[in-house]
Each structure stands twice: as C-alpha cells, then as structure tokens.
Design a protein around this ligand. Structure first.
Ligand code: PNS
Length: 164
C-alpha cells in the first residue's frame, strides 16, 4: 500500500492546499494530511479547529485521512507506514526552504522520500498567513479558501466581529 504524508500547519487550509491534496491523493493509496500541533509559527487556532476545517474540505476524497502530529515529520511518516512526504511548491521562493527540508528529512531517514507537486497557477499566490490577515479585517476570501469553511475562517480569524 502506497501511503503519502502531507504535513503542514494548515492555519487555515487554502484552495492551494486542497488542490495539492486532491492531486496527491490520486497518486497513492492513502494520503494522510498531517497537521502540526505545535507550530513555531504563533497561532491563535487550536489543532481541533484546523483539523475540523480540513475534514470538511476533504470529505469527498475517500483515500484521505486527517491526523495531528507533534515531533518530526519523518518519524510520523514511519509510524504511519508512509514512504513519501508530499509538499506543494508555489514559486521559486518556496524552493530553498523546501529543498533544505527535503535534504534534511532524507538525511534523517533515507527510506522516506519527498515528492513535490507544483501548485496550480491560479493558486500560486495564496498563503495561509495572507488569508488570516485578510480574514482578520473581514476581507473577501471566497476565492481563497473552500466555500464550506468560509464561515469558520471568519469566526476564527475575524477581529472585527463582522462590524466594518
Ligand atoms: O505548512 P508549513 O508550516 O510550511 O509546514 C512546515 C512543516 C510542518 C512541514 C515543517 O515545519 C515540519 O516538518 N515540521 C515538523 C518538525 C520537523 O520534522 N522538522 C524538521 C524538518 S527538516
């Protein structure tokens, strides 16, 4: 059974993430979306809020599971029988960081490889941090996150309480 792990902060999941999940899931038997519990990036969300949003977005993909993890991605991959870490690349600016992680992960466990998928062009400008920023001012996010979580995103990140 070919198992991929797609690790990330997903704070929140974006249309770009969902695109990588859908395409990645078609390349393996099982894709585990692995939500990092204690990201170094400061977050006001709980892991449960992030997991719930992802779960709503992936319900239509039968071979996708959502889990949380703490610790090293390679260890989580091994514990879950995965041989491949999946990551999305949006632009050259992502490349250096992703290359560094891929090399270090392979150094730590050479049984586990990293597979990169290029983000679809229409999502190449998306990032969770910018979506958090836009949502915090109740800006329009319809094109950036899946429709089923728009209300959740405003509820979690909107600082205006909808009063603008
Ligand atoms: O969505 P992000 O925040 O860009 O994802 C980064 C993530 C979660 C993939 C990375 O921080 C990670 O793998 N963290 C787990 C700890 C780890 O394995 N660190 C060593 C990476 S070489």
């Amino acid at each position: 059974m070919k198992i991929f792990v797609y690790p990330g902060s997903f704070d929140p999941i974006t249309n770009g993430h969902l695109d990588i999940i859908e395409r990645g899931a078609s390349l393996c038997d099982k894709l585990i979306v692995a939500v990092l519990q204690n990201s170094a990036k400061k977050s006001s969300t709980t892991k449960d809020q992030r997991v719930d949003m992802i779960q709503k977005c992936v319900n239509h993909i039968p071979n996708v599971e959502v889990k949380t993890f703490d610790g090293l991605t390679v260890d989580f991959a091994k514990q879950n029988g995965a041989t491949t870490i999946l990551r999305g690349l949006r632009a050259v600016t992502d490349f250096e960081y992703e290359l560094q992680m891929a090399f270090l992960n392979r150094q730590m466990n050479e049984q586990i490889d990293t597979c990169f998928l290029m983000a679809s062009q229409r999502y190449s400008f998306l990032s969770s941090s910018l979506i958090r920023d836009i949502a915090s001012y109740h800006g329009k996010i319809d094109d950036f996150v899946p429709k089923c979580i728009i209300e959740d995103v405003y509820r979690i990140y909107d600082k205006t309480g909808g009063n603008i």
